[in-house]
Design a protein. Structure first.
Length: 303
């Protein structure tokens, strides 16, 4: 029996005046209670309890130890209660980093809801696609697209976002509409690169259940999602993006879906955070909240 359990047993014996009743209250055998008190007295080198056939009472030293034990156990209870309260009503500063498009379209429009639910959490929100050293920069969690490659971080998948390949009506009038991925060799793209990946991203398609990739020629490449879509609308080339980000353009006709029968693989979105922040209440509630947002918009994140 560890020291806190022994202290709890000792105070319960004093409170109830009985080894038998204290053992029953703590759901332990009476012999265990007797042995634990003998070990406690041996460790302290004092006699704590006077035992008779009718009652149990403290010695002078036992009474002093009882008062100290009660104080320490109350402090422990208060500490556990404060942590329980913190788990229900987390507080403190929370640093997050979210890539621009989903931040603007999914998270930020509802950020006031998070504040109303957790008013004692102060948010510091960064937005970008550069690699962030979470530990060195003090960032609590990041939301990123693509399969995570940093095995040192805890990863929770948020969503699989359907993607679409599209171009402007003007571009298609000038260059024709491809009917299969092999036709793209004769086309131009607005290519995309990121701060963490200077080479442009390939275009991906699922053909007969297998992933096929291809690189498209370009005369312009960008690293910003809004510029990417704007260039496509101006007729600069073909783009491949999460469908949610171009829903209004597809509806209004400034962009047109191509190769609809050759689907793109979905884009993975995940939240990543350091192992040492895994149990932080403010990190946990934010991750649970943002996961719910993505689930409401895109359904289950299961592969």
């Amino acid at each position: 029996m560890d020291r806190f359990d022994a202290m709890q047993l000792f105070t319960r014996i004093v409170d109830l005046g009985s080894f038998t009743q204290a053992a029953a209250a703590l759901d332990i055998p009476r012999a265990t209670a007797t042995h634990a008190i003998k070990e406690l007295e041996a460790r302290l080198h004092v006699r704590l309890l006077e035992r008779t056939t009718r009652q149990v009472r403290t010695t002078v030293d036992g009474q002093a130890f009882y008062e100290r034990c009660r104080h320490l156990l109350r402090e422990l209870e208060d500490a556990e209660s404060s942590l329980a309260e913190l788990a229900v009503n987390p507080r403190g500063r929370l640093r997050i980093d979210i890539h621009g498009a989903p931040a603007q379209a999914i998270v930020l429009p509802r950020i006031q809801e998070f504040h109303e639910r957790y008013p004692h959490i102060e948010l510091a929100v960064g937005s970008g696609d550069r690699l962030v050293d979470l530990v060195r920069e003090g960032v609590d969690c990041v939301v990123r697209a693509g399969e995570p490659k940093d095995s040192s971080l805890v990863t929770r998948r948020l969503a699989l976002l359907p993607q679409v390949t599209c171009a402007s009506p003007g571009y298609l009038a000038a260059y024709g509409t491809p009917t299969q991925p092999s036709d793209l060799a004769r086309h131009l793209a607005v290519n995309f690169f990121s701060a963490s990946r200077p080479e442009v991203f390939p275009y991906e398609f699922m053909v007969d259940g297998k992933l096929e990739t291809c690189m498209l020629k370009d005369w312009i490449s960008v690293n910003n999602a809004d510029i990417y879509k704007s260039c496509a609308e101006q007729g600069c080339g073909i783009i491949q993006v999460p469908r949610f980000s171009v829903e209004s353009q597809l509806r209004e006709g400034s962009l047109v879906e191509i190769l609809p029968h050759t689907p793109c693989p979905p884009m993975v979105y995940s939240v990543l955070y350091p192992h040492h922040r895994q149990l932080s209440p403010r990190v946990r509630v934010f991750i649970d909240w943002i996961a719910q947002l993505y689930a409401e918009r895109f359904g289950s994140a299961a592969a």
